[in-house]
Design a protein around this ligand. Structure first.
Ligand code: OGA
Ligand code: MN
Length: 201
């Protein structure tokens, strides 16, 4: 069975999935080389909300990011892999996922992202995000490096049910409006690709 098929099954059963060694190692390595070689100025501060409610709040999130353009072959391979996942999820869950947007994220040491949902239930927004992916690009990540992703079962939970180390080639996929999550501060540079499958505009 393909990894994408397996992920779709897990999403159907439990709403989330954590996969190690998700992509072929050469793609993972190539993405890592690419993202760590990008000049710092291409990474932009991320805000909160869209349109009129957009704001920058450094006490809430400190990651910086840069949208994937698909110009580099490693980005193309990554996006092609995600396209297979989109088709598989639509086949198994009838979610009607239409497109995918993704950015490279850089958390400099001490950067974090406080507890949040990637979208809100019932939001009739044409950019509504349905399914979140987070893909990590950090070789030799150690427990003392911090930077874990904490996942909460629902909005009422105060205890995380998953504590996920951002290790190289690990992929986390979850329903965007189901799982509040947060990124703890790390002690070294932390790189990832965060992406969202969306409905048709
Ligand atoms: C996000 C996010 C999690 C992570 O970008 O919305 O929650 O582990 N990222 O980087
Ligand atoms: Mn998030």
């Amino acid at each position: 069975m393909s990894i994408q098929k397996n992920i779709a099954q897990h999403i159907a059963q439990q709403g989330y999935c954590i996969v190690d060694d998700a992509l072929p190692a050469d793609i993972s390595e190539s993405l890592h080389q690419y993202v760590t070689a990008l000049p710092e100025h291409v990474f932009k501060d991320m805000g909160i909300g869209r349109g009129d409610s957009f704001r920058l709040d450094k006490s809430y999130r400190r990651d910086k990011s840069c949208w994937l353009t698909g110009e580099h072959p490693a980005e193309q391979a990554y996006l092609a892999w995600m396209e297979d996942l989109r088709l598989e999820v639509n086949k198994q869950l009838f979610m009607g996922l239409f497109d995918y947007e993704a950015h490279f994220a850089h958390y400099a040491p001490k950067s974090f992202y406080k507890r949040h949902l990637d979208t809100f239930k019932g939001q009739a927004n044409r950019n509504n995000r349905q399914l979140t992916t987070v893909y990590y690009l950090n070789p030799n990540w150690q427990a003392e490096d911090g930077g874990e992703l904490l996942m909460y079962a629902d909005e009422k939970s105060t205890e995380a049910f998953k504590r996920i180390t951002p290790k190289m080639n690990r992929l986390v996929v979850f329903l965007s409006d189901e799982f509040p999550h947060e990124v703890l501060a790390a002690n070294r540079d932390r790189y990832s690709i965060a992406g969202w499958f969306r409905l048709k505009a």
